[in-house]
Design a protein around this ligand. Structure first.
Ligand code: NAP
Ligand code: ZN
Ligand code: ZN
Length: 359
């Protein structure tokens, strides 16, 4: 561990990292050792203190989205402290509180990178895990004791945020903040959040802080008290057909955070004329869209992926300013497999966060 806690600008050797990951789609996660690249001139080496568990970690590691370069080391809600910086790093120094989200590189040349939308990099951004980085190595995520990341993809965690509760902001926070901003959530808008899990509970907090009127659409009323405490104005069960009659045509914006396929036409019917339903949930199977629900009221069905680095910093600063962070259950490494099973059963309140000192 000493190499990760000593500030240096000259360390050039690759480092061995303790990690937790899977060797096959149906395997339990277990401890293993991986290698982190040598610190390049523009790299930052981060001691990972906490890492959130995102449902994407499960989709990816179990091969639901496609072929996986095993071993898979998931984790893209990383919060930690800078241990060392490369010789040309200007933005960070040892001891800084930092975060890393879902991407660690991009081409930096395409139209989208040029305008600061590197999450939509046209040849594809480099994801924090399971991607081939521009040096040809496969990326490994935050279920690990340290990581080496180019300074341009490192975020600053404001002092007002605790590292453990801030970790989930790096994915769940930005993935909901970005479409809420893009589609104009704010005073005078009615916003519905579908699914009260990791992303959903952040969406409720952020949309409320933006000044929107917020409704939760959950499978049942089991979490109603929590939803209202998080800031929602109303809470309905989607298992009750009356919900769809009562709320027909009432929302400007719906953010769907559900990890499974939904009957999307029923939800489109809840939009006003010109309203938008934005899918951030990423189930592997297609969602059939009944087009009459769109064209008769000029409604939009859209998608959104995380957010840019600039926007992620803006979101972290917004959360610090509004005193918002995730509702978390901090777990040890030995509890990761059980936590995944609980996520799959929608039994999460509202984000599991790994204490990386236990890896
Ligand atoms: P999560 O914590 O498991 O939350 C998902 C919620 O969806 C559950 O809590 C549950 O809410 C609801 N749900 C689950 N299964 C359902 C079903 N069969 N029918 C109806 N509702 C169901 O997951 P998460 O970490 O928030 O991630 C949600 C999704 O977003 C995942 O697919 C993930 O891969 C994706 N994601 C996308 C991006 C992006 O950039 N677009 C980024 C991060 C994550 P209730 O109990 O309230 O019904
Ligand atoms: Zn995620
Ligand atoms: Zn690009």
């Amino acid at each position: 561990m000493t190499e990760t806690t000593t500030a240096t600008t000259s360390s050039t050797a690759a480092t061995a990292a303790r990690a937790f990951g899977a060797q096959a789609p149906d395997a339990q996660l277990a401890a293993l050792e991986i290698e982190r690249r040598a610190l390049g001139p523009k790299d930052v080496r981060i001691d990972i203190k906490y890492c959130g568990i995102c449902h994407s970690d499960i989709h990816f590691t179990r091969g639901e989205w496609g072929k996986v370069p095993y071993p898979a080391i998931p984790g893209h809600e990383i919060a930690g402290v800078v241990a060392a910086v490369g010789s040309e790093v200007t933005e960070f120094s040892a001891g800084d509180r930092v975060g890393v989200g879902c991407m660690v590189n991009s081409c930096r040349e395409c139209e989208n990178c040029a305008k600061g939308d590197e999450q939509y990099c046209i040849p594809g951004n480099t994801q924090t895990y399971g991607s081939t980085d521009r040096d040809g190595t496969v990326t490994y995520g935050g279920y690990s004791d340290h990581v080496v990341v180019d300074q341009d993809f490192v975020l600053r965690i404001p002092d007002g945020l605790e590292l453990d509760a801030a970790a989930p902001l790096l994915c769940a926070g930005i993935t909901t903040y970005s479409p809420l901003r893009h589609w104009g959530a704010g005073p005078g808008t009615r916003v519905a959040i579908v699914g009260l899990g990791g992303l959903g509970h952040m969406a409720v907090k952020i949309a409320t802080a933006m000044g929107a009127e917020v409704t939760v659409l959950s499978q049942t009323l089991n979490k109603k008290d929590d939803g209202l405490k998080l800031g929602a104005d109303a809470y309905f069960a989607t298992s009750d057909d009356a919900t769809f009659d009562e709320l027909a045509g009432t929302f400007d914006l719906i953010i769907n955070t559900v990890s499974a396929s939904l009957e999307i036409g029923k939800f489109l019917g809840l939009l006003k004329t010109d309203g938008a339903l934005v899918n951030v949930g990423a189930p592997p199977e297609p969602l059939p869209v009944p087009v009459f629900q769109l064209l008769l009221q000029r409604r939009t069905f859209a998608g959104s992926a995380i957010g840019s680095i600039r926007e992620t910093q803006e979101m972290l600063d917004f959360c610090a300013e509004h005193g918002i962070a995730a509702e978390i259950e901090v777990i040890d490494a030995s509890q990761i497999n059980d936590a995944w099973e609980r996520v799959l059963k929608s039994d999460v309140r509202y984000r599991f966060v790994i204490d990386n000192s236990t890896l």
